[in-house]
Design a protein around this ligand. Structure first.
Ligand code: FES
Length: 510
């Protein structure tokens, strides 16, 4: 077991010795449908499309499962904090019903595929668990009751009459039985293997940087000049890296933090999450004495003290559980939609050959599987009834536009208001090993990091997506863009889009 003081800095789901990556795509090829992105949406969509008779190629910029899906809690549920009350308010009761139907079907889709993969040796065991949303104090009980009632009107058998026995204060709870949990990284890997066994192709380290469309079809262009010609493209990259449709302005990026601990006794069986802030989302891990705790969300690039997020999670966990050791810590990012519903379907302004799914509000496992069903139907020319709510070409409803505007005011302030000259920057020579900052180096203000060996790494601080200034993320040692969530390594390589090009490297001799 790792030292309690030194948790391993990677998702609890990622193996210590990852298997070798699949080869990247090279040269010019053709296929029927290209799916870009190896998370839950991409891998599930690729499998379902293959089973619907399409020739399918999956392209992943890094390795399958290593993005947000592999950093999620692995909860697969249709119970999502207060979403049903919000959907009734922003849309109507029928929208809440569609959301419930799609997500409950997503739970069963994941269960079916995971169970199907078991004989092939995949590690993604699907365990049935109760999902529980709770109010930690009396102030939140009315909201909890309203959400439980809205979820029931939406068709889910939510029970708020009983309170489960949990080790932290629970004033009231809403519980949904027969939900599930799994290892989301192993699940994506298993789906990629399944796709290959059934005749699909999977390429890793294959970053698509552009997609050309015409009446005749599409061409996906990769960073290494490889190209793939096809009829349809599903962009399943968390946030579409293609700016058509402006999803970067209709969502905002939010990071969350996770720890995995070993307890001195078994973890509670239920998957739990509280209402309100700070969020504390828990589930049992791969072993009975392992507990996963996730929370501490904030807008990407807008917290200079990210290390404190892990400390807060650990302090809460130690307050309520007998912790033997803190074993893993990691963070992940998702995009929050303007009106509480993910955007799924044809990419707005993308013609009839481009598709996407984005804005899962950190509930992307069940909803991602449901998105795969919708996208498969659309590519096959079938109209899926759930798209009445999720349609990615929808015009956002009025009340949510205000919320989107508020979120994007933050973005606009940084995009327009921040000028490099106005940013107080230390001298790069003052940076200690492990520190990063927008700093003065040879008369320029650059994104500078000093590594543990004392060497400086410098890049332009201008995000290659739309030009905002990146911010230092000390917990992850990355440069994060506060505008639309792109992230970069200390040498400027893209960790996360929508940016597809690296930060410009600068000389850093001292
Ligand atoms: Fe859009 Fe950086 S992610 S400007």
């Amino acid at each position: 077991m790792p030292d309690a003081e030194q948790p391993i800095r990677r998702s609890v789901w990622r193996p210590a010795a990852p298997r070798p990556a699949r080869p990247g795509l090279a040269g010019k090829r053709e296929t029927d449908v290209v799916v870009i992105g190896g998370g839950i949406v991409g891998t599930t969509t690729a499998v379902l499309l293959r089973r619907a008779g399409h020739e399918v190629t999956l392209l992943e910029a890094t390795t399958v499962g290593s993005g947000t899906t592999g950093g999620s809690t692995g909860k697969v549920t249709a119970l999502h904090e207060q979403v049903y009350a919000k959907l009734e308010e922003k849309f109507d009761a029928s929208a809440a019903r569609l959301y419930a139907q799609a997500n409950q079907a997503g739970v069963e889709q994941v269960a079916a595929l995971a169970n199907e993969m078991k004989p092939a040796g995949a590690r993604c065991r699907f365990e049935r668990r109760m999902a529980c949303t709770y109010a930690g104090d009396e102030d939140r009980v009315d909201e909890l009751r309203q959400e439980a009632a809205a979820a029931r009107r939406a068709g889910l058998p939510v029970d708020d009459a009983s309170t489960p026995d949990l080790p932290f204060p629970v004033a009231a709870a809403a519980s949904l039985p027969d939900q599930g949990q799994l290892d989301p990284f192993a699940y994506c890997e298993g789906l990629a293997d399944l796709l290959e066994r059934e005749g699909g192709r999977v390429y890793e380290n294959s970053r698509v940087v552009d997609v050309e469309t015409s009446d005749d079809g599409c061409v996906c262009h990769l960073a290494n000049d490889a190209a793939l010609t096809c009829r349809h493209v599903v962009v399943a990259t968390l946030l579409p890296f293609l700016d058509r449709g402006g999803y970067f302005a209709r969502t905002y990026p939010s990071r969350s933090y996770g720890i995995a601990v070993t307890l001195k006794k078994p973890a509670p069986a239920a998957m739990t999450i509280n209402l309100g802030s700070p969020t504390r989302s828990t589930r049992a891990g791969a072993r009975p004495d392992q507990l996963i705790v996730v929370g501490e969300h904030h807008k990407t690039g807008q917290d200079p003290h990210t290390e404190r997020r892990y400390a807060a999670l650990e302090a809460w966990t130690r307050e309520w559980f007998p912790v033997r050791s803190v074993d893993f810590r990691w963070s992940a990012q998702d995009f929050m939609p303007a009106d509480s519903a993910p955007y799924i379907g044809h990419l707005a302004l993308g013609g009839d050959r481009l598709y996407t799914a984005t804005g899962f509000s950190k509930w992307g496992l069940a909803a991602g599987a449901a998105a795969a069903v919708m996208l498969t139907d659309l590519v096959g020319g079938r109209r899926n009834p759930w798209l009445e709510l999720f349609d990615a070409t929808r015009t956002d409803v009025l009340p949510s536009a205000k919320k989107a505007l508020t979120e994007n005011l933050d973005v606009a302030k940084r995009f327009v208001g921040d000028r490099l000259s106005a940013i107080a920057a230390p001298n790069a020579s003052d940076l200690k090993p492990g520190e990063g900052a927008i700093a003065e180096l040879d008369g320029d203000k650059l994104a500078v990091y000093r590594d543990d060996a004392g060497a400086l790494h410098a890049c332009s601080p201008v995000c290659t997506h739309l030009g905002c200034y990146v911010q230092w993320n000390p917990a992850e040692t990355t440069w994060d863009c506060p505008c639309h969530g792109s992230r970069f390594t200390t040498d400027g390589e893209v960790v996360q889009g929508p940016a597809v090009k690296p930060l410009e490297r600068k000389a850093a001799s001292r």
